[in-house]
Write a protein that binds this ligand. Structure first.
Ligand code: UDP
Ligand code: MG
Length: 317
């Protein structure tokens, strides 16, 4: 095996309770990977501070002072998990041959990294970490998360089932990813579009070691909506279908009304008219909402604002 330098990229937002626990675990992992010859001596753990309001950045700076295997960058403000991760990956790709991204809360089994690195040496450019089961999640979290993947699929946004952002990417896959210039970013959907040989590695997901999740139901819904509207225009096509179906039903109603008129039944029909109007009004508003979502997205793409701004790195200190 040729020596390759690995960067483990970890986005952190208000993680002062977790970092002191998980940082030594990541360090241990990278040392064991080096010992096995899976990566070279200059491999590192790279933390991305996503504009945390607590002590996270100070903790990262201290870690970097204590051990050269730790390094960090900090963003100018909180930009959300996806952008923070992208910032870390784009920063890392100039410094290493391969990256593995993982959350900092210890939920994803770091021991899967060994297998990921082996797959990389076997010629894979992208290796997805996939959860084999979700026993430790609450029923609600599991149900909403699994519905999320299924709904995404129906809506035309293909993603790897039960894969979050725990994945290995080679430098050339990252160079490919950098070519995708969209501002509204959904990495799980975009990485498969980059292509190259890929595979999956399975692991069990644990409970968060400390702190709490930043992905409550509302944020998940947001992520799903963003994922769908970024990756597919199927919802717009569904609107067309709904329109056609409604037009057909209306036509049947007109035929029925004419027949009833000829047959001499005077229609008392206030209720039915109000009902139908309300129904059609509802559908129209819903459809306008979906179209609005896409227009909003076009608007933010057109502005081409930066996805993140790096304020400082630990290398400068
Ligand atoms: N995170 C981030 N920016 C944010 C929210 C979260 O960088 O605005 C990080 C967070 O520190 C963690 C990862 O993204 O490392 C996943 O977040 P979390 O564990 O809260 O989500 P969950 O695992 O519950 O879906
Ligand atoms: Mg988590």
């Amino acid at each position: 095996m040729k020596p390759v330098s690995l960067y483990i990229v970890i986005p952190c937002y208000n993680e002062q309770d977790v970092l002191p626990i998980t940082a030594p675990m990541f360090l241990q992992k990278i040392e064991s990977l080096i010992a096995q010859g899976l990566c070279s001596e200059d491999s590192k753990v790279l933390f991305v501070n996503d504009g945390s309001r607590d002590n996270t950045w100070n903790i990262i700076r201290n870690l970097a002072k204590q051990n050269p295997k730790f390094s960090g960058i900090t963003l100018s403000r909180n930009r959300g998990h996806q952008n923070a991760l992208l910032a870390g990956l784009m920063h890392a790709k100039e410094l290493c041959d391969v990256t593995i991204s993982i959350d900092c809360d210890g939920q994803d089994d770091i021991n899967a990294m060994d297998e990921m690195m082996r797959q990389f040496h076997d010629g894979c450019d992208v290796v997805y970490g996939v959860r084999s089961k979700r026993d430790t999640d609450t029923f609600f979290k599991r149900f909403t998360a699994e519905s999320f993947y299924k709904f995404m699929k129906i809506m035309g946004a293909e993603t790897v089932f039960n894969h979050a952002d725990y994945r290995l990417m080679s430098k050339r896959a990252l160079d490919g990813l950098a070519e995708f210039r969209e501002v509204n970013l959904f990495l799980r959907g975009t990485v498969p579009l980059v292509g190259y040989k890929s595979t999956s590695v399975y692991y069990e997901r644990n409970e968060r070691i400390a702190g709490e999740s930043h992905y409550p139901f509302s944020k998940m819904l947001n992520l799903a909506l963003n994922g769908i509207t970024s990756l597919s225009t199927k919802p717009l096509r569904y609107i067309t279908s709904i329109g056609l179906i409604m037009a057909f039903i209306s036509f049947l109603f007109i035929v029925w009304a004419i027949v009833a008129r000829i047959a001499g039944h005077t229609v008392a029909g206030w209720t039915s008219i109000v009902g139908i109007m309300a129904l059609i009004g509802g559908i129209q508003l819903f459809c306008l909402g979906i179209i609005g979502e896409y227009i909003g997205k076009i608007y933010s793409e057109v502005k081409q604002r930066p996805k993140y701004i790096i304020e400082a790195t630990t290398d400068e200190e």
